[in-house]
Structure formats: structure tokens, C-alpha cells
Design a protein around this ligand. Sequence first.
Ligand code: IMP
Length: 194
Amino acid sequence: MKNLVFATNNRHKIDEVNSILTGSYRIISLSEIGCFDDIPETSETIEGNALQKARYIFENYQQDCFADDTGLEVDALQGRPGVYSARYAGEGSSYDDNVVKLLEEMKSQANRNARFRTVIAWISDGRELFFEGVIDGAIIYERRGASGFGYDPVFVPNGYDQTFAEMPPQLKNKISHRALAVKKLVDAILKKGK
Ligand code: IMP
């Protein structure tokens, strides 16, 4: 089994990616390579943030790695919160604060269309590659469900009745923005290994 550094310490994400890889790779978190740094994420794009995190690990820890960045893009809010999804309600805001703010801003909006967009930047032998995963859906009016994280309780993917927080985690991990991006990454890794 091969090791892959994922430039995150977010347990939710590591678990999600591990379940997508189903045993062919072992994901190594930042703490497992002894990195406890607060990695800068100062770009104004999702792609830029993913690359910034991957480059930071490559340059400071000399490890091939991948990093992801995700944004929730809401049409009625001109694509916000987008790259600011983690701190939508302000610096240091919790998942709950961000959901409260989103529901408030969406209160009188008829257009509920939104999408999660993940970009993964992979640095492999010094080459920088990008993989994108997008899932379209709708923002509902009140939270539903207790699993997942972030905006999961208010996002219903197109073609489903349940929010990401209501559906079994295995289902979310199969159809999610991150799953789609990770699948592309894994295909590229497998191709490279041939
Ligand atoms: P990150 O850049 O990947 O850490 O994601 C930024 C923010 O987007 C997170 O703090 C969450 O609020 C939100 N987010 C990312 N992925 C998901 C997801 O799968 N479900 C719900 N919210 C998410």
C-alpha cells in the first residue's frame, strides 16, 4: 500500500478520502509528517489556495502531496461564499455561524441553486496538476440532518431528497464534490504508476 500526504489535519476529509481510496492508498495527514504549521491560505481563488497549501508542504517538507480547497458557490449570492466559505461569518467563525449567516442571506431568495466546488492540487515530481469536482444542488430553508460538516445540513444535491447531512456518509462520499475530484486524482496516480 502506498502512502500519500494530504495537506490537511481535518479528520472528516481524511476519513472521506480514505473511504474513496478503498484500501489502495494510505492517506498521511500533516501531523503524521510532523507538520503543525498554520499553512497560509491567502489566495482569492479556490485553485490558488489548493496550490498554495501543496507548494508549502513540497517546499518545507520535501514530500509529494496533494491539497484541496472547497467553496460553496450560491447563484443568488453571486457565487458567495465561494473561496471564503470557511470564514463566511467572519474570522474564526464556526460551521454553525456560517450556516446561520447563509440562511439569513437566503431567506427571501427564490433562486436556491448552488454548488460545491473542490479543487485538488497535486505536486508530483515537481509537476503541478489540478483536479476539479463539482456537485450541483439547492440550499434549503432550514437545516436537516446531523452527519457531515460545514454546510451539509442545508445542501440537497440535485436528484436526491436528503441533505448531505441526512444521507448515509457512504453515499455522500460517493457523490460529493471532493469524491469527484479525488477520483480524478486517483486515476492520474494510477496512470502514472503504469
Ligand atoms: P476547505 O477549504 O476545503 O476547508 O473548505 C472550506 C469550507 O467549505 C469549510 O470550512 C466548510 O464550511 C465548507 N465545506 C467544505 N467541504 C464541505 C462539505 O463536504 N460539506 C459541507 N461544507 C463543506
